[in-house]
Every structure is written in C-alpha cells, then in structure tokens.
Design a protein around this ligand. Structure first.
Ligand SMILES: [Cu+2]
Length: 192
C-alpha cells in the first residue's frame, strides 16, 4: 500500500463525511422525526375533548362512559334535551367529527346509509347531515333510547355521543318530521 494511494482515497471519505453530517443536521432540524416516533392522531384525547366542548357534545370518561355532568353518566332513556340526556351538538363540520364517527345523511326523506353497526355498550358518535331542502329529526323507536335524538335544519350537520345499548339486537329509528317516516325515512342500528 503506497502512501500516494492512501492520499488519493482521502477526498472520498471527506465526501461521505459531509453527506452524513448533512443528513444528521437535516434530521435534527426535523424535530418531528426526532421527538415523535409515531405520527400523532389529529384526535388525541385532549384535542378531541376540547372539540367536544366547543361543539357542545357530551364528554366521555376514560372508561368510555358518556357523561351528563362531571360525575354523572348520561342516560339514554332520559327526557330528550334534559340535563341527564346525552347532548346533541351545535351545527358542526365533518372535520369536527372523530375518525370513528358514524355519519348518515338525508336525501329526499331517506337516511343514507339506513343501517349501521355498533358494539355493545361502546361510546358512539352518530352524526346526521341534511343534504336536502328540509329539516329532519332522527329518533329511535325504543323508549330506552328516547334521549338519543338529532334534530336539524336543512343543510345542517349535528351529532350526538351516547353509549350503545348493553343488549344486542336491532334498534329501529325514524325521522319524526311529519310525513317523513311514512315516506320511508327509517333505519336500523345493529348492536352486537
Ligand atoms: Cu326527515
């Protein structure tokens, strides 16, 4: 190995060194790469609870219980809009909904889709958007869910968060605006 050859190799190592240094500096400047190994959900617990408060939805406890107040669970069979009932939101946008929300819309006195599945007892955010020229009132037929209702004007979207029933089965719902149910504005929530 001649000294001359060793000298010739030197610039190559300098280039590798400079590139490596530049990469380290780039990654260090990108704090997301260094400090956040996983991409954060846009709905971290804190940000979603904040969104709930802003949009008027009921809070959910760490154990997944929908709350009427700081200490009291909401009751699905309370009088609609009473202090014990799950709260319907103010008018909201789709971007206000959690990723796992169930979104229905109305179109010509139909719910689309007109069926959805939820897990026993799970906290569910159900949203309804009017995409036609009239208001609608989504209500369940069963008395046990009489507080779970969404009423909206034409063009609005609102939501409600509630705990799904603890009893498996099919729970029918309908639109309570005069004549809408008779024209087929009905649906089914499947609890399993
Ligand atoms: Cu309707």
């Amino acid at each position: 190995m001649s000294p001359r050859k060793k000298k010739d190799n030197l610039p190559l190592w300098m280039i590798v060194g400079v590139i490596t240094g530049a990469m380290i500096m780039y990654l260090a400047s990108n704090d997301e790469y260094i400090f956040k190994s996983k991409r954060q959900s846009p709905y971290s617990k804190e940000s979603w609870e904040e969104k709930r408060k802003l949009s008027g939805l009921s809070s959910v406890s760490d154990a997944g219980i929908v709350l009427a107040s700081e200490y009291e669970p909401a009751r699905n069979n309370a009088s609609p809009n009473s202090p014990d009932a799950p709260k319907q939101s103010d008018p909201i946008e789709k971007s206000d909904l959690p990723e796992d929300a169930i979104l229905l819309h109305t179109d010509g006195k139909k719910f689309i889709p007109n069926s959805f599945k939820v897990a026993l007892g799970a906290p569910v955010t159900l949203a309804l958007k009017s995409e036609d020229e009239t208001g609608h009132i989504l209500m369940f037929n069963d008395e046990s869910l009489r507080a779970v209702a969404i009423g909206l004007s034409s063009g609005e979207m609102r939501a409600i968060t509630f705990n799904a029933p603890e009893k498996a089965g099919e729970y029918a719902f309908h639109c309570d605006m005069l004549g809408h149910k008779d024209e087929g504005e009905t649906g089914t929530m499947i609890v399993e």
